[in-house]
Design a protein around this ligand. Structure first.
Ligand code: ATP
Ligand code: NCN
Length: 219
């Protein structure tokens, strides 16, 4: 049965590190990857771009990409985007047998014990964990969070609906959304961190304090 991979994030904005991880997961797992923007936090304004703009930047980034799609399910729900609720909803939609996976960066995975009902997540989906600079990930760290769940075989994710952890080895990517926002605010060159269509949209909307309409930062 085919594997559905959900890649959740704030994506404020999507950057080349996100895209590289999504492509690496698509290729390693031979599966479609659904980039899933989180809803705006209800208690405060969105930090940079609102949910509609963040989702639109995802549309621009995946245009023409095979196997990468945008999944807006969390934007259709009121309130904070708790992953356990999202996966329960996805499980109801896809049925009990369909293998589902959540793609996260190593920093997110190491923080998992702080997530709402985090232990329940293993009953709902597999985890695919992408290595990330600054967040060392090894078998011992995975074992401490998810004892007995790591598999080195991507095919293992198709043999059960949920519950396994697969470490996605890929070239490390240093980009972060906070770095993109900080560079824009500081007037430093930032275009190289995001897809060109996303850079154009950021300028057009004047997001993150960029000077609207200004041309690309010279290399
Ligand atoms: N460069 C990267 N390498 C690996 N995983 C990443 C990378 N950037 C983001 N991720 C992962 O993608 C998911 C969504 O990330 P998010 O949208 O919060 O981006 P971010 O760059 O971490 O943002 P911020 O800097 O604002 O915290 C998270 O699971 C995060 O760990
Ligand atoms: O469910 C939770 O408690 C929870 C706590 C922190 C993060 N998440 C999810 O993890 C994904 C990455 O989060 P972020 O904040 O790094 O963009 C995104 O889909 C979030 O909704 C989920």
């Amino acid at each position: 049965m085919s594997l559905a991979v959900f890649y959740g994030g704030t994506f404020d904005p999507i950057h080349d590190g996100h895209l590289a991880v999504a492509r690496a997961a698509r290729d390693a797992l031979a599966a479609q990857v659904r980039l899933m923007p989180a809803a705006d936090p209800p208690h405060r304004a969105a930090p940079g771009a609102d949910a509609r703009q963040r989702a639109h930047m995802l549309d621009l980034a995946v245009a023409g990409e095979t196997g990468l799609v945008v999944d807006r399910r969390e934007l259709q729900r009121e309130g904070r985007s708790y992953t356990v609720e999202t996966l329960r909803e996805a499980r109801a939609e896809f049925g009990p047998e369909r293998p589902l996976a959540l793609l996260v960066g190593a920093d997110s995975f190491l923080d998992l014990p702080k997530w709402r009902e985090w232990q329940a997540l293993f009953g709902l989906a597999h985890f695919v964990v992408a290595e990330r600079p600054g967040s060392p990930l090894d078998a011992a760290r995975i074992e401490a969070i998810a004892p007995g769940r790591e598999t080195a075989d991507p095919a293992g994710l198709r043999q059960a609906p949920a519950g396994r952890v697969y470490r996605l080895k890929q070239p490390l990517h240093a980009e972060s959304a906070s770095q993109v926002r900080e560079f824009i605010a500081a007037g430093r060159p930032w275009d190289e961190f995001v897809p060109p269509a996303v850079a154009a949209y950021i300028r057009e909307c004047g997001l993150y304090g960029v000077v609207a309409g200004r041309g690309a930062t010279p290399a």
